[in-house]
Each structure stands twice: as structure tokens, then as C-alpha cells.
Design a protein around this ligand. Structure first.
Ligand code: HEC
Length: 325
């Protein structure tokens, strides 16, 4: 990720340089214009000014072109391996002003997370109670939580004890500590996934593209031992092997568990973990816009009413009596 940032700095720097070049050119043009004007007072005035105006125009065009090139360079996607291939824009159900998350996809996505990703990745910021009413019913979630044991205590004898999970517990960690995570993954730590959607540009597109993007490395590219080629990952190879394979999980609603279906569902689930307030936020936003829109009418009326005193005021000037002079 650090590489991505530095190259962004580079682009910004180039943009600044180009713009300052443009500014300098315009400054010189103006200086030249002034010089020409002062000489033209002494010499044949009209011809010189016309000439100067002509060369000014081409300078302005040049400066404009330099500026446009700077902007184009800054906004052009960078396809170098350091950045990773930019993920395509997928038509997510929730990427729209009026739409909520696809909740069946969230539920299926949880199944994929539980069966596949949870072996390595934790969801540190998600508690079991968050799943109630979104992923499953209260009874279902209680059952899922109770499948895990949590250490609690101390009890009245001062002893720690194990108990089954409850709704108030966090979802379990994949590894007890970072060292264990490194030891199990060739030295790489599988990152915590609950905020991954926000941590990467175009989060859901990126996660989907990453999960479905594994392929053979192109000829001539040496992928280091223990890494796997994936063009969407910055650098081109990462420590996570392909995690999804056809029919890896069994969906209870009978949906076919293809790689792309599972990737789509788990990406939607990770969008929900990162922005659980998404649906409420959109609905509240529309309500607020509607209300403020409606409030404009009484506000305008109130404004006219209050300013009527000022607007209908008449100022009269009268000649002062002679004795004031
Ligand atoms: C066998 C362990 C393992 C499994 C299973 C696994 N991952 Fe990973 N994952 C890793 C490791 C290790 C990394 C760190 C890779 C690196 O930094 O080179 C990683 C990294 C990631 C990243 C971050 C990539 C980035 O830009 O930094 C995402 C997103 C991700 N995994 C999603 C998933 C999802 C979704 C699943 C379930 C479908 C999953 N992973 C299953 C081990 C795993």
C-alpha cells in the first residue's frame, strides 16, 4: 500500500510542476506584452501590438495544452505492477442512490466467510449480536455463537473458565496472536476483514476481483516461493492462495456455489461488516433531503415576511433649512 501512496505523490508533484510551468509562462507573456506596449508607443504602434497578440495566443494555447496534459496524466489509470490492475466496476445491488444491500447475498456471504475465510481472517469489529436480524434470526445467531468457546472469569474461586459464546461476544479470532498467524501463513498476516471494504480503493470491486483473479503467472515473471500470482494485488503476487473453488460451500437456498457467486456474496457481506449503517443511512439521507426540500417553501415565505420592512422602506432626502449651513 505504501507504494501506491508514493506514486500518487509523484503524480501530484508532476501536476504541480506542470501547473507552475504554465503559470510562469503566462507571467512571461504578460511581461512581454507590457514591454512591447511601452516600445510600441515610440515605434509603429499597431503592427507591433498585433504581432504580440498573435504570439500571445500561441503561448496561451501551449500553456493550456501543458495544463491539459498534466490533468490527463494525473487522472490516467496506472497499469504498473506496483499499483495492481484496477478492478472493473461491477453492478452491485447497493451501488445506487435508492437501493439497499442485497440481504440474501449477505446471508450467503456469511456462510462463505464462516466456511472458508474464517480459517485465516478475523472480523474484529463484529459482535454476534450485530448479525441478529441481518444475517439470521436471534435463535440462529445464538446457536452459531454457542458453537465457539470463550474464556471468561474469574469465578468465585478466582479461576478462569470456558463457556459457550453469547450474543454479546465478538466473533472469534482466527489466530490467538500475530505470531501464530504468521507461522500459519508463510510469514504473512491475514488482515482483519471487517473494514477491508473501506481500506482499499473501490473496496467491493477489489475484493471480488482479487478472489476471482487468480491465474497462471505470465511467462518470464518469477513468483517467489510461497506467493501466488494475482494481477489485482499491488505488486502482482500475494501470500494468500486461491481461496474459492466451485461448490466449496452448500447454500441453504439452493443457489449454485460457483466461484463468482461466492465471491460476490462474501464481498457483499464484507461491505455490510464495514458499513452496517448503510441501509439506514441512505433512507435517513433521503428523508432529510425531502424534509429540507419541503422546508424551503416556509423559509422563503418567512424571509420575505421578515425583510418586508426593509424592502418597502422609503428614504426621502429633504433640503436642510438654511440655519444648519
Ligand atoms: C489459508 C488462509 C487464508 C484464507 C482461507 C483466506 N485468506 Fe485472505 N489472506 C490470507 C493471507 C495470508 C493474506 C495476506 C496476503 C499478503 O499480504 O500477501 C490475505 C489477504 C487477504 C485480503 C487483503 C488483500 C490486500 O489488498 O491486502 C483480502 C481482501 C482477503 N485476504 C480476503 C479473503 C476472503 C474474502 C477469503 C474467503 C473467501 C479469504 N481471504 C480466505 C490468507 C487467507
Amino acid at each position: 500500500m505504501r507504494k501506491r501512496k508514493t506514486s500518487l505523490h509523484g503524480e501530484t508533484l508532476l501536476g504541480v510542476v506542470l501547473f507552475s510551468l504554465q503559470a510562469t509562462m503566462m507571467r512571461f507573456t504578460r511581461l512581454g506584452q507590457r514591454a512591447i506596449q511601452s516600445t510600441s508607443q515610440r515605434t509603429v504602434a499597431t503592427a507591433a501590438t498585433q504581432n504580440a497578440q498573435g504570439s500571445n495566443k500561441s503561448l496561451y494555447v501551449l500553456a493550456g495544452l501543458a495544463g491539459a496534459a498534466g490533468v490527463a496524466y494525473m487522472s490516467a489509470p496506472d497499469f504498473s505492477a506496483n499499483e495492481g490492475l484496477p478492478p472493473p466496476n461491477y453492478p452491485w445491488a447497493h451501488k445506487n442512490f435508492f437501493t439497499a444491500f442485497d440481504h440474501m447475498a449477505i446471508r450467503r456471504g456469511y456462510t462463505v466467510y464462516r466456511e472458508v475465510c474464517s480459517a485465516c481472517h478475523s472480523l474484529r469489529h463484529v459482535y454476534w449480536r450485530h448479525l441478529v436480524g441481518v444475517v439470521g434470526t436471534e435463535d440462529e445467531v445464538k446457536e452459531w455463537a454457542a458453537e465457539h468457546t470463550y474464556e471468561d472469569g474469574p469465578n468465585s474461586d478466582g479461576e478462569m473458565f470456558d463457556r459457550p459464546g453469547q450474543l454479546t461476544d465478538r466473533m472469534p479470532m482466527a489466530y490467538p496472536n500475530e505470531e501464530a498467524a504468521r507461522a500459519g501463513n508463510n510469514g504473512a498476516v491475514p488482515p482483519e476483514l471487517s473494514l477491508m471494504k473501506k481500506a482499499r480503493p473501490n473496496g467491493e470491486d477489489y475484493i471480488f476481483a482479487l478472489l476471482t483473479g487468480y491465474r497462471d503467472a505470465p511467462h518470464g515473471l518469477n513468483v517467489r516461493e510461497g506467493l501466488h500470482y494475482n494481477p489485482y494485488f499491488p505488486g502482482g503476487s500475494l501470500a494468500m492462495a486461491q481461496a474459492l473453488f466451485d461448490d466449496m460451500v452448500e447454500y441453504e437456498d439452493g443457489t449454485e456455489a460457483s466461484i463468482s457467486q461466492m465471491a460476490k456474496d462474501v464481498s457483499t457481506f464484507l461491505c455490510w461488516t464495514a458499513e452496517p449503517e448503510h441501509d439506514t443511512r441512505k433512507r435517513l439521507g433521503w428523508k432529510a433531503l425531502l424534509l429540507t426540500g419541503l422546508m424551503i417553501v416556509p423559509t422563503l415565505y418567512w424571509k420575505r415576511f421578515k425583510w418586508a420592512v426593509v424592502h418597502t422602506r422609503q428614504v426621502k432626502f429633504a433640503e436642510l433649512p438654511k440655519r444648519f449651513y
